[in-house]
Every structure is written in structure tokens, then in C-alpha cells.
Design a protein around this ligand. Structure first.
Ligand SMILES: Cc1ncc(COP(=O)(O)O)c(C=O)c1O
Length: 402
């Protein structure tokens, strides 16, 4: 069967699955999730590193539970909000690393309400002080994880090629924070983390900017060498102080293979890879199965060769580019119009000759980013084969916008 025929069959299958559902609606294909779990686990097969699931790329508690339940290798969540982590603790999740620091009292109180289950990232004196104070107020010992920056830096830091998040770039800077945490009775150092966003976030098979693919691959190879050295040096420095057994987190969907060459990583983080939003189509080293779609209803036929669907303007965050638009995926061959893109309440599409769509038919889109889809829907339809197995609430559906 050709790829196009496979996609036509997928369209018919999903169309049958959601027959009678009010649109817009969003579905998660559990068979595709299972396959992505298998492919992502293959990346770390034979290694000791476990997989921490990035909640920001899922934002649906039942789907997080489903993914964690697929394998013993999955251990814990990486959360994007302290209050989210506390809510998940109440739901029974038992290992949440909040990977983005906060100094808000409400956030730190939420962390300290579940000191055994939640740890939180820190990268400076202000974070350490605020967390230590919150833990002292709560009468607990809070778990701190030092987040350092593995960006590519040249000429002693004058050239910075990477993201702007943590200010910690050298072993000495990181060890000073280790000492600060050790000086606080209400804190314990739980581990270190360093996410290579400049590698994992850079598509290198991007059809929207093909000339950049080769330079980006060269850049990534260089960046990987430098970050490996830094993470190794940090591990040695920690080991010299008897801290070699702590949590060491790194990587993301598009860079999980670093665990193969960096044995000090005790875990890699993966989120988007389980859902395979379309941004992850544009990486040379990744092959995933699209697992999440949203369906819009065709409501108008403005001219032969076009249809207009209701809704659809779910554009992704981050640096703006065409890859952040939703992708009209099914039936195959649809395309957005360059002047209109994905519209707030109406999305026109160009339709290939061999596709026939009339008002009432669904068209299926993929979001560019995995977690953001859940911000537009209060429920996901869990689909297997051509049946809706279950409807589950997203964070939005649970009433949360973290
Ligand atoms: C700290 C951190 N680790 C890992 C990831 C990887 O997440 P994903 O697998 O969804 O790309 C992210 C995503 O932005 C992140 O911020």
C-alpha cells in the first residue's frame, strides 16, 4: 500500500471513529502512542537511564498515566508549573520535577506541600533563598535540582549559541550553587539538569527552510561535543564531593540519543515524541507516528478546489515561522492558503483534485506543538482502530490553565 493510500484509509478510519461527535474535537490514537513509546524507548534501550515524561507536551492527566503505564522504564514527570505538580501529586503521581524555577510564594508552598514527591529547579541565589524560606515556613526539607545551561559558548562566553534561561555555564558557577544549597538546613540537593534546547529545538530536516538544514546539522554536532564535555565535568565535580549518585536529567524528544554517549545521565526527558506533533517531522534522526489530531468541520465550499472549515487557528508558541502553523493532514494533500493561514473562526483549504469534501465532512489537522493542542480542547477522544474507547479530560477540561 502506498503512503498516500495509507493516509486515505486513516482519514476514513478517523472519520468513522468521530462520526456524530460535535466538531471541533481532538483525538489521540492510542495505537500510534504505543508505537511512539516503543520507538522512543528503543533510543535508550540497554542503557540505565530512565525516561521522565514531559507533562507540558501532554497536558492531560489520563494520557500521562497511560504513557507512564506503558513501561517500567518510564519514571516520573517533568512538570512546567509547581501548582500543576501539586495537583498531580493529589491525583496519585509520585515523582514530579518542576523544571522551571519560581519565586512565587503560592508555587513554593505547593512544592513544600508534597516534599517527598516534588522537586524544583533552581539556578541562582534568589531561587535558593525563596525555596529555603518556603520550606522553613512549611517545616519540611525541600528538594532542589540545579538547572544549568549547556548552550554552545565560544570566546569565553562572548558568543552564546543557545537559549537564555539558566545563568549557570561553568562547573565553578554550578558548584557555588551546590554549596549554597548545602548551607540551607531546609534544602537538600536532589540532582542537576541541563536541557540542550539549542539542539533538541532545532529542526534539521525542515522543508520550510531547506537551506539551513546542513548548517544546522554541523552546528548540532559541534554543540553536542561541547555539552558532553560540560555535563561530564559537572558529573566529575559532583562525584568528587560524593554526589555522583544524584539525579542527572538531560535531553528531549529530538536529542534523547545523547544518553548513549553520556552515561552520567540518569534520565532523559521525553514528551512530544509520544504524541508526535508535526514539528517533530522535521528532524533527521526521528521517525514517529502522528498520534494526535483535531477535527474541524467543513462548512463551506467557496470555489471548486477549496473548502472552508470552521475554527482552526491553533498556532504554536515560540519564534514565529510557518512550521508553527497547524498542518492540515487528512485527507492527504490539503494545504493552507498562504494569505489566510489557520483562521480564528474559519480556515480555508486548498483541496487536491482527487479529494471530494462537502459541508459536514471532517478534516483533520495536527498541531505544531504537542502540549498546546490540549489548551484548545477540554477533552481528548482516545481512539483505537476506528472506535472511541474513552473520553478523557485535558488540563483545560479539569479547569486548569497552568
Ligand atoms: C527542560 C526541558 N527538558 C526536556 C524538554 C523536552 O520536551 P519534549 O520531549 O516534549 O520535546 C523540554 C521541552 O521544552 C524542556 O523544557
Amino acid at each position: 500500500m502506498s503512503a498516500a493510500e495509507g493516509e486515505r484509509q486513516r482519514y476514513e478510519r478517523y472519520k468513522r471513529a468521530i462520526a456524530g461527535e460535535p466538531m471541533p474535537c481532538a483525538l489521540v490514537d492510542l495505537d500510534a502512542v504505543d508505537e511512539n513509546v516503543r520507538r522512543m524507548l528503543a533510543v535508550v534501550e540497554g542503557l540505565k537511564a530512565t525516561v521522565r515524561v514531559a507533562s507540558k507536551s501532554i497536558r492531560c492527566a489520563p494520557l500521562l498515566k497511560y504513557i507512564l503505564g506503558r513501561s517500567e522504564r518510564m519514571k516520573g514527570l517533568m512538570c512546567y508549573s509547581a501548582r500543576e505538580a501539586a495537583w498531580l501529586s493529589e491525583l496519585g503521581f509520585d515523582d514530579q520535577l518542576v523544571a522551571y524555577p519560581s519565586v512565587q510564594r503560592a508555587d513554593l508552598a505547593a512544592v513544600c506541600a508534597h516534599p517527598d514527591r516534588i522537586s524544583i529547579a533552581v539556578d541562582c541565589e534568589v531561587h535558593v533563598r525563596a525555596l529555603a524560606d518556603a520550606a522553613a515556613r512549611a517545616g519540611v526539607v525541600a528538594k532542589a535540582v540545579i538547572d544549568f545551561d549547556p548552550s554552545l559558548r565560544l570566546s569565553g562566553g562572548r558568543v552564546h549559541l543557545g537559549v537564555r534561561r539558566s545563568p549557570l555555564h561553568t562547573v565553578d558557577e554550578i558548584m557555588r550553587v551546590v554549596d549554597r544549597i548545602a548551607a540551607e538546613k531546609s534544602l537538600v540537593l536532589h540532582g542537576v539538569m541541563a536541557y540542550e534546547a539549542h539542539v533538541a529545538g532545532l529542526p534539521d530536516k525542515n522543508p520550510f527552510a531547506p537551506l539551513m538544514n546542513a548548517p544546522y546539522r554541523a552546528f548540532k554536532a559541534l554543540a553536542r561535543r561541547q555539552m558532553k564535555q560540560l555535563r561530564s565535568d559537572v558529573f566529575e565535580a559532583l562525584s568528587r564531593r560524593g554526589l555522583g549518585g544524584l539525579l542527572y536529567n538531560g535531553a528531549g524528544t529530538a536529542s534523547a540519543d545523547v544518553a548513549r554517549t553520556e552515561p552520567w545521565l540518569t534520565e532523559v526527558t521525553i514528551g512530544s515524541g509520544f504524541v508526535a506533533s508535526h514539528l517533530f517531522d522535521y528532524y533527521e534522526n526521528l521517525s514517529l507516528v502522528p498520534a494526535a489530531y483535531y477535527a474541524l468541520q467543513v462548512t463551506r465550499v467557496p470555489a471548486p478546489g477549496f473548502v472552508t472549515a470552521a475554527g482552526g487557528g491553533y498556532v504554536a508558541s515560540g519564534g514565529a515561522g510557518r512550521e508553527k502553523l497547524p498542518l492540515p493532514a487528512l485527507p492527504p494533500g490539503l494545504s493552507l492558503l498562504p494569505d489566510e493561514g489557520a483562521g480564528e473562526v474559519q480556515t480555508p483549504l486548498r483541496v487536491p483534485r482527487d479529494v471530494s469534501l462537502t459541508p459536514g465532512d471532517p478534516v483533520f489537522f495536527r498541531h505544531s506543538k504537542a502540549g498546546e493542542l490540549a489548551e484548545h480542547f477540554s477533552e481528548y477522544l482516545f481512539v483505537r482502530g476506528e472506535h472511541v474507547l474513552e473520553r478523557v479530560r485535558t488540563y483545560r477540561g479539569d479547569g486548569y490553565v497552568f
